[in-house]
Design a protein around this ligand. Structure first.
Ligand code: PHE
Length: 364
């Protein structure tokens, strides 16, 4: 029986010494498998007499059982150790602060649009939109801007190559495509597509061939249009005064309406707000000076007619305002060109966070 005992102790120490699951598997296959040592010992039982075979058989079975149990135990211990090692090496420290995180900023133009929409929204205006590429009927013709008007000159207007097939019967002008020079074509689009009463604002991109500290070839305007049965100049003045005071957050902001001319409004006015330029710094509010801020007027009956609205029954007012301009004034941005230079340092300085949502409740 010494060989059983020696095999037992040898195998048990082999199992105990197995460094990993592969080594254990080699022991299991090599010693317990078909060609293994224990199997060979079992086969040797056949040549023994009954008593010896029983005694040696029991000893062999007990030994085999012991080795199997040791193998299983070692296997479990190795698996635990492997898991511990993985847990130790792949630890995620959930207490680590997040990496320096780049948060996005709202561009001042988007913020200005949101503010304007919030204020006019409260007055019952809906937002209308139109395309940047217009035909010259919507941009000029329907708005009573005659072919010889300086605004149509190549210098101011970006004309696109190609012409639109003449759709409007009797229309004399050649219809060219332009990058809209103002948001006023949205007036036309709105009037031809929906019956009055109308109360809309139309913020959006506009284009003129111009470039200096206060002009950029692409800039933004917001248009306003109100059409109803008995709208008059008093409504226009009240509406715009209210807007300007809310926008600049100055309850008694002086507002002045100065006679002017636009082909599409009659009468027309330019609106100025009070300011002071003492000491070379511009301050909005009470002061000795005025600052021009927007153009407006009563919609010219010719425009209503061009858009299929009966001027005997309907009147209205319209206005148009530069968004960069009012954004620069409110937020102290000195150069208009910087709006479109995509300089992240500028955006971090002048931009707004997602929480600065303008609303009648939180303010604008
Ligand atoms: N469209 C004019 C401009 O761009 C502004 C304006 C709009 C004036 C509506 C009167 C009425 O200068």
């Amino acid at each position: 029986m010494d060989d059983v005992e020696s095999t037992r102790s040898e195998l048990l120490s082999q199992v105990a010494a197995a460094a990993d699951l592969d080594a254990l598997e080699r022991i299991r296959v090599g010693e317990l498998g078909k060609k293994g040592r224990i199997t060979a010992l079992m086969k040797g039982l056949a040549g023994l007499d009954a008593d010896a075979r029983r005694a040696r058989g029991q000893a062999l079975n007990a030994m085999k059982e012991e080795v199997v149990v040791a193998l299983e135990a070692r296997k479990a211990a190795l698996a635990d150790a492997a898991l511990d090692a993985r847990l130790a090496s792949e630890t995620i420290d959930v207490t680590l602060p997040s990496r320096p995180e780049r948060r996005g900023r709202i561009h001042p133009i988007s913020q200005t649009i949101d503010e304007v929409v919030a204020i006019f929204g409260e007055m019952g205006f809906a937002v209308a939109e139109g395309p940047d590429i217009e035909d010259d009927w919507n941009n000029f013709g329907a708005l009573n801007i005659p072919p010889e008007h300086p605004a149509r000159q190549e210098m101011d207007t970006f004309y696109l190559p190609g012409y639109l097939p003449g759709e409007r019967a009797g229309e004399q002008e050649v219809r060219r495509m332009v990058l809209r020079t103002h948001t006023s074509p949205v007036q036309v689009r709105t009037m031809v597509s929906q019956p009055p009463p109308i109360r809309i604002i139309a913020p959006g991109r506009t284009y003129r061939c111009d470039y200096d500290a206060t002009h950029s070839p692409m800039f933004h305007q917001v248009e306003g249009l109100v059409i109803d049965r008995d709208v008059h100049m008093g409504h226009l003045k009240g509406c715009l005064t209210e807007f300007l005071r809310a926008y600049f957050r100055i309850d008694d902001l002086p507002v002045r309406f100065r006679p002017s001319y636009f082909p599409f409004t009659e009468p027309s006015a330019e609106v100025d707000i009070g300011c002071s330029r003492e000491g070379g710094t511009l301050r909005i509010g009470h002061g000795a000076d005025w600052l021009e801020i927007l153009g407006c007027g009563m919609v010219n009956p010719l425009v209503l007619q061009n858009c299929g609205i009966d001027p005997e029954q309907w009147q209205g007012f319209a206005f148009g305002m530069g968004l960069e301009r009012i954004g620069m004034l409110k937020y102290g941005i000195p150069d208009l060109r910087t709006f479109f230079e995509s300089d992240l340092r500028w955006l971090r300085h002048y931009g707004f966070t997602a929480l600065d949502v303008p609303s009648p409740v939180t303010g604008v």
